[in-house]
Design a protein around this ligand. Structure first.
Ligand SMILES: CC(C)(COP(=O)(O)OP(=O)(O)OC[C@H]1O[C@@H](n2cnc3c(N)ncnc32)[C@H](O)[C@@H]1OP(=O)(O)O)[C@@H](O)C(=O)NCCC(=O)NCCS
Length: 189
């Protein structure tokens, strides 16, 4: 039997698992990131998602709203679970939340200029590089700022996100789209 994959909003009890993933994935900066995520938990919990497989968290997206725009702050998938669409599903869910749930006009993120897996992932969902910020990270490396507008996402959502998310148990997420959208009742089961 295939293990059930659940996407749901983050809960405070997930912070232990998330901290362990941060240690695995961002070993150099893990102390700072773990402290920061705990500090901002109250601000991000409404916007952040995890993927759970067999009762354990295998990936997360920590998101916030800043000046009326969605911000993908941290996205990570455990090493052994990569390449299976989990990062893309987390990003899809986050974008649906921002664009369809909150009706924000734009979502942005920062990514290290050499992080090709992440850049490819963001481009595959319609993000475009708009700026390079020198020495953005503690180690002195640069970042790209990438953005996507709600208009760009609409088509990608139908083509890429809906089929991908069909593979997940979404019952805890609730209705994916507001009643007024063309996706009415998509998740009314
Ligand atoms: C970036 C990351 C979240 C991707 O998660 P993932 O679950 O492996 O990604 P997916 O399986 O959903 O892949 C989605 C797309 O991303 C791109 N991608 C993912 N891994 C890639 C790789 N190693 N090389 C090139 N492209 C890659 C591909 O375009 C892929 O689409 P495809 O499978 O249709 O070709 C994961 O590699 C990770 O946790 N990295 C470390 C943390 C990090 O860098 N986070 C981002 C910055 S905060």
């Amino acid at each position: 039997m295939r293990a059930e994959k659940i996407i749901r909003k983050i809960r405070s009890e997930d912070l232990e698992d998330i901290s362990r993933i941060i240690m695995e994935v961002f070993p150099e900066d893990c102390t700072v990131i773990i402290r920061y995520v705990r500090y901002i938990y109250g601000l991000v919990r409404e916007h952040s998602y995890v993927v759970e497989i067999s009762n354990s968290i295998v990936g997360f997206s920590i998101n916030s709203v800043e000046y009326g725009r969605g911000h993908i702050m941290y996205l990570a998938v455990r090493d052994g679970y990569r390449g299976r669409g989990i990062g893309k599903a987390l990003l899809c869910m986050s974008l649906i939340h921002f664009f369809y749930g909150l009706k924000l006009p734009e979502v942005f993120l920062e990514v290290q200029t050499g992080n090709m897996p992440a850049i490819r992932l963001y481009e595959s969902l319609g993000f475009r590089i708009v700026r390079r910020i020198p020495r953005y990270y503690i180690d002195g490396s640069d970042c790209y700022v990438m953005t996507i507008s709600s208009r760009t996402f609409r088509d990608i959502c139908d083509r890429v996100c809906i089929p991908l998310l069909n593979d997940y148990d979404l019952h805890e997420v609730g209705r994916l789209f507001p009643k007024s959208s063309s996706h009415d009742n998509y998740l009314s089961n």
